[in-house]
Design a protein around this ligand. Structure first.
Ligand code: GDP
Length: 529
């Protein structure tokens, strides 16, 4: 019997769960701080950054993080705003951690894409965008740093379309930029929101107008900027895309907002519009069909495992996205892969600063579970009828190394360590076919260092890493005989699920192979294989 409790349904409908995607330095941390500030989750700006130096980040191997000044940690933060319960999935910004970021995106129902007005669409944004695209989640764009001079707004929209293949609908439009930045014209509410240099913009200062032709605008921002605004809005009205909620919900049209996160300008407008358009938790695919968040009892999947958040204990935390029903502390749930009941005694919820024990959560929320080594990325936990959520996809690593153990006597610990650490998901493990050599693949090279450090610290094993010239991995699907022939090549390997994968040194090599073997599909990720 399905359990339907109206209170749960109300709670679930309030949930909005999203991840922020951007290239480093575009302003993700700043934006997160401002959003949390609206939720009252932090008292002042700067606290999210502080997290990097807080007590969770002091374990040994995070020395690497400190040395490099980048964030290895990533978590989920939640806050309540205007009767919505919002979960922000924090995605590691540095390129070295993108595999984790990719996975985090599988737990998000929407994405917020932050773009630096001067830099436009950058490399890491492209990669993360592709994953959102594959999942068909809605994507909201915030073009940041309008207080600085940047690219022409039309050029940026054109870039979104040309580079990312997504059409856009500007919800507001900048009036000037850099030292001439006066604010934005809100196309929906037909009003001008005023930017003041040095202002904190805690309350939106605006005046309502009768369209962009309203002379009031000219009086406030000057004739030249007013004329420019009229020309640009009329161009948008005539030649731009129209507002289409259906296309937005499929991630084919992105609503675009302009602002300056550091000055808190445009953040609240963004948040209000985002909440109006972003989806509540929706059914997720499983091996018994879509799982409805409202009518099913508790279920969820592990999308990330993080080790050593607490230096005193070498514990791991598994992050679980709740996909249906209600969760309660102390609940007994089924661990489907292990076919075993487990009790979730000390679940954690993550705030901007701290983690605390959670008593109750609902579909859409993320909880952290202490992991004594029983969880893997992609594991399903549920109550009632057993099922499994879709397998967590793997994405092409960009750096590859052959790994061997220095002391052959430690082979057993080495195997165990490699298996366990690669299960966490930031490093992929491949095996060569005839020789059974181990090849590691990562999205960013720092993960090699982290793995080497942790194998030594946690398993007492020294390893040698030999960098290989490959840059691309493709999962092979198609004619079995051809795949078997390809398996004899040294560049064809198997992933941990025995799926054939071919490694390439360049795009050029990949294209050659695609032309030579038309019966084979070369997949960029293992999604759906
Ligand atoms: P992240 O790497 O994407 O998390 O970016 P941060 O939020 O750390 O921001 C990168 C840099 O850009 C920092 O020095 C911020 O102070 C700065 N920044 C963020 N938002 C703005 C903005 O709206 N205007 C300007 N001028 N600088 C900004």
């Amino acid at each position: 019997m399905t359990q339907i409790d109206p209170k749960w349904q109300e709670e679930i409908a309030k949930r909005r769960t999203f991840a922020i995607i951007s290239h480093p330095d575009a302003g993700k941390t700043t934006m997160t701080e401002k959003l949390l500030y609206y939720g009252g989750a932090i008292r002042e700006a700067g606290m999210v950054k502080g997290r990097k130096n807080s007590k969770h980040a002091t374990s040994d191997w995070m020395e690497i993080e400190k040395k490099r000044g980048i964030s290895v940690t990533s978590s989920a933060m939640d806050f309540v705003y205007k009767d919505h319960h919002i979960n922000i999935l924090d995605t590691p910004g540095h390129q070295d951690f993108s595999e984790d970021t990719y996975r985090t995106l599988t737990a998000a129902d929407a994405a917020v894409m932050i773009i630096d007005v001067a830099k436009g669409v950058e490399a890491q944004t492209i990669k993360l965008f592709k994953v959102c695209r594959m999942r068909g989640i809605p994507i909201f764009t915030f073009i940041n740093k309008l207080d600085r001079h940047g690219k022409d707004p039309f050029e940026l929209l054109e870039e979104l379309e040309r580079v990312l293949g997504i059409r856009s609908y500007p919800m507001n439009w900048p009036i000037g930029m850099g030292s001439y930045f006066n604010g934005v014209y809100d196309r929906v509410k037909s009003r001008v929101e005023l930017y003041e240099e040095g202002g904190n913009h805690e309350e939106i200062k605006f005046f309502e107008v009768n369209g962009p032709e309203d002379p009031l605008i000219g009086q406030r921002v000057g004739e030249d900027l007013w004329q420019q605004l009229q020309d640009e809005i009329s161009l948008l009205d005539v030649a731009g895309d129209s507002f289409d909620p259906e296309l937005i919900s499929k991630g084919e049209l992105t609503p675009v907002f302009f602002g300056s996160a550091i000055n808190n300008f445009g953040v609240q407008t963004f948040l209000d519009n985002f909440l109006a358009m972003a989806p509540a938790p929706s059914p997720k695919k499983s091996n018994i069909g879509p799982i409805d968040p409202y009518t099913r009892p508790f279920s969820g999947f592990v999308f990330k495992i993080q080790a050593n958040m607490n230096p005193a204990h070498r514990d791991r935390v598994a992050f679980l996205r709740i996909c249906s029903g209600r969760f309660e502390r102390g609940m007994t749930v089924k661990h489907v892969r292990l076919n075993r009941e487990i009790k979730l005694a000390q679940p954690l919820q993550f705030m901007a600063q701290d983690r605390e024990i959670v008593e109750e959560s609902f579909a859409g929320d993320v909880i952290g579970l202490f992991d004594p080594g029983i969880f893997q990325i992609g594991d399903t936990l549920c109550v009632g009828e057993s099922f499994e959520y879709e397998e967590m996809p793997h994405f092409s690593p960009e750096f590859f190394s052959k790994v061997t153990v220095k002391d052959a006597m430690k082979h057993k610990q080495f195997q165990k360590g490699i298996m366990q650490l690669t299960e966490e998901g930031t490093v992929q493990l491949f095996r060569t076919s005839p020789m059974d050599e181990l090849i590691l693949g990562v999205v960013g090279v720092l993960q090699f260092e982290v793995l080497e450090y942790r194998l030594k610290a946690e398993y007492g094993v020294d390893i040698s890493l030999q960098r290989l010239p490959y840059q691309i991995a493709r999962w092979l699907e198609g004619d079995k005989a051809t795949i078997n022939t390809l398996m004899n090549r040294s560049q064809t390997v198997k992933d941990r699920y025995e799926r054939p994968v071919m490694l390439f040194e360049s795009e050029y090599q990949l294209r050659m192979a695609q032309e030579k073997y038309p019966s084979i599909t070369f997949h960029e990720s293992s999604l759906g294989l």
